[in-house]
Design a binder for this molecule. Sequence first.
Ligand code: SAH
Length: 355
Amino acid sequence: MEKETYIFSMDKKEIINLLQVRGKEQKQLHAKAARIRQEHVTDNVYFRGLIEFSNICMNDCYYCGIRKSNRTITRYTLSEKEILSCVDFCNTAGYSSVVLQSGERENQSFIDYITHISQTIHQKYPEMAITLCIGELHNESYQQLFDAGVERYLLRIETTNENHYKKLHPEEMSFKNRINCLTTLKKIGFQVGTGVMIGSPYQTLQNLAEDILFMKEFAIDMVGMGPYIPHQEALISATIDKEESIQLSLNMIAVLRILMPDINIAATTALQALNPVGRELGLKAGANVIMPLITPEKYRQSYKLYEGKPCLDESDGQCLTCITSRIQNIGLVPAFNKRGDSLHFKKREEITSLC
Ligand code: SAH
């Protein structure tokens, strides 16, 4: 079969048009993105075991269920033993990467705790890639964590429009600082991931198109983005309906894959929260990463960022069987025991080493 030629650039108007396609055109868009994924990053679907190790947070993001002023949840932090037991499960299951995610706490003892745990994971499971998703930190803290063996960092920008950002966050939080953090992470040498919430209040299609262009311009290595889902304790409510935010999310994934063929894109849990087969749809639209939830069951209820979070009462083992068959059913390959580093990052590294 003759290889198709693809154009890896688009202007804002083209992106806005593609975000709105539905029906036959949408199917074609997703199929094209899936073909690009296959050609550039194969049909492998990589696993990242998600460990939500603490819901203590000093921030008050208006949309988030674990924001500090939500007094209705029990706060927790997993012990080192609990975290290591989750990592051990991932190792046995063949998930070659763990994501340690938490609320935000910039204090030295917290950073030292994560540093120590990262070093231990690194020593015990040298093949396991560690990803952190613990928010905005000082440059020195990022460096300390990198030196401890953390190779990947996820920090969603949430929106790349500063005015929009202000509407979703309290005054103390700064858009510029978020950009600075992403820049620092890249400079230090992390594989850097970002993402946005799709269908968040006050968002326009123009914003979403700009978000995609930002990811391309910033040369991001990994992306996790999914629909905004209201939380009953959140301070803002949804402005578009559920079905619309799913379709928009899928088109965002597809357009991003076409523009950035070699990055890693996650089919996020939020997609599954809105549609039982949401993650499969995400994979079919061009995503190549899935993040099974490994948080111990007794804590899952307390880490509800939004309503309708899936897998709250499923054991890790059940989750593994279910995800494996879901991936195979859509003709993709569950990539057990493969780290699945971002190809985009590897190329970026090669270029830097030549300079
Ligand atoms: N404190 C960490 C982790 C935050 S939770 C950090 O700042 O990186 C991880 C992500 O969940 C957030 O970045 C946000 O994009 C998403 N999220 C939070 N509330 C949400 C909601 N109501 N709907 C959909 N996604 C949400």
